[in-house]
Design a binder for this molecule. Structure first.
Ligand code: SAM
Ligand code: SF4
Length: 570
């Protein structure tokens, strides 16, 4: 979600004439897009802000901004604690950033001029400048908890939607390669007791389906072939056309309604002609945007995942058979305390239902599932922990993110449940589950050995990027590595400014070479499995990146598959 926010903000600023540089030291404006889900992520930002304060004491014109969940969670207190920050924008107000930045540029200019202290601090002979005199330009846009959108407010104009609608999609506007995110739902109404998201991102809002489909079409026209639909609980997407509100000619996003289903019925109870359900949305994108060869979505909520959605995935070949559906724990007692709203048995019933509908390895269409687990949630006993281990054994995720519980200010858990599992116990449980999941991932991977799979090529493998970087460092005047004008970093979408101009190889001659002149490429299957394979002789890596190729899997190693690209006639 943060990656998409950054892309949207970058596009909006670029359109206003801001230029982007690859090194923060070269920037006159430094913006941090932040996450508050775990404390560690916030600690990193605090320490970066400390470094920025030292820099600003020497460069009074520097503008620093904090965007996203940390801005919303900390609020104006952040400006008091860190006056180096000039701009503070919550995730629900990102459309306001250009205006605030404009104000901040003007305010900074006058602050820097008139502030004697800042001028003094700017003198280079001071080794460690006094940052206590820094003053913030004080530009902020936050929603605040009290502003969670109500039914009435939903009728007011949702200006954040305009940011999504004005998304710049052409390659010149920043480029996202062959893969892109599209938001369908913002915010969350679930209030899991450990989670800050409902407080920082606000109430669950569903974007109008026409906006989503148009965005997908624009992305497909710009060369995107894979789209991942985003939301905290994507499968609860629903847009009721009968109650759509239009302001200034723009259909407004709609507040999420409780998603309840009758016992034994697994489909959106509100489905009908005047409603677009999640299943309808998937089918619409599949049909109306044929250029999208892979359609994915994250994250799914295990409760109320309809058979209608599973049916649409089964019947539409370009919808990926991949689900990221976090369980969080294998203990009913923990799930209750977390307010997840389902039991372990219900979670597993869903997995069985999903696999029955979608796991078809015999036709080359297996279903892969990924999960999330939190260890060390308050009062978690060894018995609860073992129950989670047993769930991992049964769930057979292709991978699972395992997090140590991090108490977050403002959440229900921090108020009501003391963080009583010692850090050392959390660490041990985390390591145990990681080791277990690694073994399971390995076993899941081995099921694919011998198969030929479609792989979307993302770039040069990390191994070869490292090798090439080392070679580049050894060559005087070595330049940034690029493949097809994109940074050769093994992942798509990370465009380094200036790469196009600098495009050249590490060793000075025509391509990034791995061992023996062969480049190892990496890509992903429909089921999100990572695959490494060597660039075939005679094929240019540039031409393969962003394409779907066929790879025969020869080996499974930990979390990745190793294979050989199968060419026509092979
Ligand atoms: N909406 C998704 C869902 O409910 O499955 C997850 C979104 S959350 C931003 C991503 C993951 O972070 C969660 O699935 C959970 O495992 C983890 N997480 C959230 N809050 C946490 C906390 N306070 N401590 C540790 N992990 C946390
Ligand atoms: Fe957080 Fe729960 Fe919402 Fe996911 S569903 S974002 S974990 S509150």
């Amino acid at each position: 979600m943060n990656e998409l926010d950054s892309e949207l903000v970058t596009g909006a600023l670029r359109a206003l004439g801001y230029r982007f540089v690859s090194e923060p030291d070269e920037a006159g404006v430094v913006l941090y897009n932040t996450c508050s889900v775990r404390e560690r992520a916030e600690q990193k930002v605090w320490s970066r802000l400390g470094e920025m304060a030292l820099r600003k004491a020497r460069e009074p014109g520097l503008i620093v901004g904090v965007l996203g969940c940390m801005a919303e969670r900390e609020g104006e207190a952040l400006l008091k604690r860190m006056p180096v920050v000039d701009v503070l924008v919550g995730p629900g107000e990102l459309d306001k950033l250009p205006g605030l930045l404009d104000n901040a540029v003007k305010t900074r200019a006058s602050l820097a001029q008139e502030d004697e202290a800042l001028r003094l601090l700017a003198t280079p002979e001071l080794e460690k400048p006094d940052v206590s005199l820094l003053r913030s330009a004080g530009e902020s846009a936050l929603q605040g908890n009290t502003h969670r959108r109500s039914g009435t407010l939903a009728a007011a104009q949702d200006t954040l939607e305009l940011l999504d609608l004005s998304r710049a999609v052409s390659a010149i506007d920043g480029g996202h390669g062959a893969s892109a995110y599209v938001r369908i739902t913002r915010g969350c109404n679930k209030f899991c007791t450990y989670c800050v998201v409902p407080f920082t991102r606000g109430a669950e809002m569903h974007r109008p389906p026409d906006h989503i489909v148009d965005e997908c079409k624009r992305l497909a026209d710009a060369g995107v072939i894979e789209i991942t639909l985003l939301g905290q609980t994507v499968n609860h997407y629903r847009f009721e056309h009968g109650s759509a509100v239009v302001v200034g000619g723009v259909t407004q996003p709609q507040k999420g309604r409780a998603y309840v289903h009758k016992a034994g019925e697994f489909a959106d109870p509100y489905r009908g002609e005047r409603v677009t359900t999640f299943a309808d949305l998937l089918a619409r994108i599949h049909e109306e945007v044929p250029g999208i060869r892979r359609l994915r979505f994250v994250t799914s909520y295990p409760r109320s995942f309809g058979d209608d959605v599973l049916g649409v995935i089964r019947d539409h070949p370009r919808i990926c058979r991949y689900l990221h559906v976090p369980a969080q724990s294998g203990s009913d007692r923990m799930l209750g305390l977390m307010n997840r709203g389902y039991t372990v048995a219900e979670y597993e019933e869903f997995l069985l239902r999903a696999r029955a509908a979608l796991h078809q390895p015999q036709i080359g269409r297996p279903l892969t599932v990924a999960g999330d687990i939190i260890v060390g949630f308050p009062t978690e006993t060894e018995e609860d922990h073992q129950a989670t281990a047993r769930l991992l054994e049964r769930a057979r995720y292709k991978n699972c993110f395992i997090f140590k519980y991090s108490p977050r200010p403002g959440t229900i858990a921090i108020e009501k449940l003391p963080d009583d599992v010692p850090e050392a116990v959390k660490r041990r449980r985390n390591n145990e589950l990681l080791a277990l999941q690694n073994r399971i991932s390995d076993e899941v991977g081995r099921e694919f050995v011998g198969q030929t799979m479609e792989v979307m090529v993302e770039g040069v493998s990390r191994r070869d990027v490292k090798r090439a970087k080392a070679a580049s460092a050894a060559v005087a005047g070595g330049v940034t590595l690029t493949i097809g004008g994109r940074a050769a970093n093994g992942a798509m979408g990370h465009v380094h400014e200036g790469d196009e101009a600098d495009a050249a190889c590490a060793s000075g001659g025509g391509g990034v070479d791995g061992a023996g002149g062969v480049v190892q490429l990496s890509g992903r299957t429909e089921g999100d499995l990572i695959v490494f394979f060597d660039q075939p002789k005679g094929a240019a890596a540039d031409d393969l990146v962003g394409r779907i190729v066929r790879v025969r899997v020869g080996e499974a190693r930990m979390l990745a598959l190793m294979g050989r690209m199968v060419e026509e006639g092979d």
